[in-house]
Design a protein around this ligand. Structure first.
Ligand SMILES: [Zn+2]
Length: 80
């Protein structure tokens, strides 16, 4: 299984549906087995949904990067 760090490396592309099928499988496996990433993924998706519903369908890097930065910061500093 991939690590949380590897997960977050691909996370931005995953949100934009730009990962290969093999990576997608790895990411979804990690999501199903890692509670921390699942929770963060869930809250990020809600944020992204709000952003995309209020604007265009595409998620520009300028929007997705700050979200991922925040999620990663929370992962590093959060309890566990
Ligand atoms: Zn994880």
């Amino acid at each position: 299984m991939i690590t949380c760090e590897e997960f977050f490396v691909e996370f931005g592309d995953y949100l934009e549906n730009r990962v290969s099928p093999e990576i997608l499988k790895e990411l979804e496996l990690h999501l199903s087995q890692c509670r921390a990433c699942h929770v963060l993924y869930d809250s990020t998706c809600k944020t992204v949904k709000i952003v995309t519903e209020s604007g265009s369908f595409d998620l520009p890097k300028s929007v997705s990067d700050p979200i991922i930065d925040r999620v990663m910061a929370r992962l590093r500093t959060g309890p566990s």
